[in-house]
Design a protein around this ligand. Structure first.
Ligand code: GAR
Length: 220
């Protein structure tokens, strides 16, 4: 098996990066983390990559007058590391249409909601405010619009009546850490592909897999 070489883009904590690092330790995992790039110097995720022996680079967007200038250096770093697939993991910069086109269908993002609901920032506070009963997380191929693009995988997470932004964020994050390695495996193995802006090739789960919140009577 030839493992896909993956570049991970981060801006901060890097807990999803850590989940990918752990998954990639399995001999049969179809991806190897080749480079971690942060647009923020000192991001916690950089230390996680160092500990795992993964090369890192900081490309600080503030050092560039324009987005294309920033992205040219980013591209150079990724190509220098022989990256085949790109994963945003808490990477909080919008990318230009040109960059997105260069990495089209080779570039994933994770977002902490069931897209297309609750795109953007402060997701969990808005979910709580809306009184939603189920939320979740999504891994999708990147398009130029924020948190937009063909969906690879989603996990549903119930919202508890007494949830705060923080308690909900923690529950969703635990699901993110399972979902991202799963989605990257599907993409890196070539099991799924994009057709007409939908991801196809995923076998349908067997049986009744709906998550009800509140639970159906008799299922507690
Ligand atoms: C994660 O919850 C991720 O889904 C979110 O940022 C957090 C990063 O945490 N991403 C977005 O909101 C993208 N729109 P991490 O740095 O610990 O992985």
């Amino acid at each position: 098996m030839t493992k896909k070489r993956v570049g991970v883009l981060i801006s901060g904590r890097g807990s999803n990066l850590q989940a990918l690092i752990e998954a990639a330790k399995a001999p049969d995992y179809p991806a190897k983390l080749a480079l971690v790039v942060s647009n923020v110097a000192g991001a916690q995720g950089l230390a996680r990559a160092d500990d795992a022996g993964i090369p890192t680079q900081v490309v600080d967007h503030k050092a560039f007058a324009s987005r294309p200038g920033f992205e040219a250096v980013l591209d150079e770093a990724l190509h220098g590391a022989g990256v085949d697939l790109l994963c945003n993991a808490g990477f909080m910069r919008l990318l230009t249409e040109d960059f997105v086109t260069r990495w089209l269908n080779r570039h994933l993002n994770i977002h902490p909601s069931l897209l297309p609901a609750f795109k953007g920032l402060n997701t969990h506070a808005r979910v709580v405010e809306a009184g939603a009963k189920i939320t979740g997380c999504t891994v999708h191929f990147v398009r130029a619009a924020m948190d937009d693009g063909p969906i690879v995988a989603q996990a549903a997470v119930p919202v508890a009546p007494d949830d705060t932004e923080d308690s909900l964020a923690a529950r969703v994050l635990a699901a993110e850490h399972k979902l991202y390695p799963h989605a990257l495996r599907l993409v890196a193995s070539g099991d799924v592909r994009v057709e007409g802006e939908h991801v196809v090739g995923i076998s349908r789960p067997e049986g009744e897999n709906a998550l009800f919140s509140p639970p159906l009577p008799g299922t507690l």
